[in-house]
Design a protein around this ligand. Structure first.
Ligand code: UDP
Ligand code: MG
Length: 327
């Protein structure tokens, strides 16, 4: 059984070396126990602007099992990861972050489940003490909100997971621009399993996910998988319309009862209120139209600049098609 380890990275020159040795050690263990027969270590350079790519080139020169896909610019973690999955050739593929927050030592347990016939093994964080309070609070809010919106997510699971070849092929057939991998894998189905681990501190360097990127990621997840915001808009619209109808009846009644006074407030307040709602919901509808626009263009998900130790560099064209929008 061949195992692929896929690691997307962006400006991670400070950790690549350590990550490489930790993962190699783990892979050597698996090989010596005959749990795998072959492996590859596939790094996706997501348009890094530091020395990451140079370091990867050197690693690839030293070992043919190190493979590198370098994207033409920074496409974001999700697309970089997708690029890795689509270029991987293993029977099972494990994706993990470059910063060693996902301990590679968990992989043998995941392989165990794979050998028992599981197609997807999710690694779920038990404790997040090592994360800042802010990161934890926003993450909790994110999962709650997604749940409320009806998006099927594995709680506290990031992108540390094992998937089988079948699942990658299923993933390849997904042709949507706005990829949100954490939603896509539960959606794909197949036999799934969860393993638990303690989230580690980032080994070196800074987070590449500042608040802005996190917010847009959450929004991406909601609008890619859920129509609840649209439904909320229509429901609120309905309630407001009923209320307005009642107001009209009341206004007419007051008029015929002869009690009306020329009133500025009662004219202007509904005007503002309903005008505001109008704009809000127009904007919301616009969000979805924007998505349709992106999907319709059907641009590829990423562009590959260079590869190392990979025979077939054309896979991006057969993979899911995605727009060029920078999320
Ligand atoms: N990453 C990437 N492209 C980006 C941002 C991040 O490939 O545009 C990689 C990053 O190098 C790391 C992983 O995605 O391997 C997770 O990012 P990070 O650790 O910065 O996120 P956090 O753990 O702080 O949420
Ligand atoms: Mg991290």
């Amino acid at each position: 059984m061949k195992l692929s380890i896929v690691i997307p990275l962006f400006n991670e020159e400070a950790v690549i070396g350590t990550t490489y040795s930790r993962v190699s050690e783990m892979l050597a263990g698996l090989t010596s126990q005959n749990l795998i027969s072959d492996f590859e270590l596939l790094f996706v350079d997501d348009g890094s602007r530091d020395r990451s790519l140079q370091i990867l080139r050197t690693l690839a020169l030293e070992s043919p099992r190190v493979k590198v896909v370098s994207l033409s610019r920074n496409f974001g973690h999700q697309r970089a990861l997708a690029a890795g999955l689509l270029h991987a050739s293993g029977d099972a593929i494990v994706s993990l972050d470059a910063d060693l927050q996902d301990p590679p030592e968990l992989v043998p347990e995941m392989i165990g489940h794979y050998r028992k016939g599981r197609d997807i093994v999710y690694a779920v964080r038990t404790l997040r003490e090592k994360d800042t309070f802010f990161k934890r609070a926003t993450a909790r809010f994110f999962y709650r909100m997604m749940q409320t919106m009806g998006v099927d997510l594995i709680y506290d699971h990031a992108d540390y997971r094992l998937i089988s070849r079948r699942v990658v092929e299923a993933f390849r057939s997904i042709r949507e621009t706005n990829i949100f991998l954490r939603g896509i894998f539960p959606y794909l189905g197949f036999d799934q399993e969860i393993v638990y681990y303690e989230r580690q501190e980032r080994h070196a360097g800074d987070t590449k996910y500042p608040l802005g990127k996190m917010l847009s990621f959450a929004w991406e997840g909601i609008t890619s998988f859920s129509n609840v915001p649209l439904r909320l808009a229509s429901l609120t619209g309905l309630v407001i319309s009923c209320a307005s109808l009642a107001l009209v009846v009341w206004a007419l009644y007051e008029k015929f009862a002869g009690r009306t006074v020329p009133g500025w407030t009662s004219t202007v307040i509904p005007l503002f209120f309903i005008g505001g709602l109008n704009i809000l919901f127009l904007g919301l509808i616009g969000e979805y139209i924007g998505k349709i626009y992106m999907e319709v263009k059907g641009r590829p998900l990423f562009f590959v600049k260079e590869t190392h130790n990979l025979a077939d560099a054309s896979r991006s064209e057969t993979g899911p098609r995605h727009t060029d929008a920078s999320h």
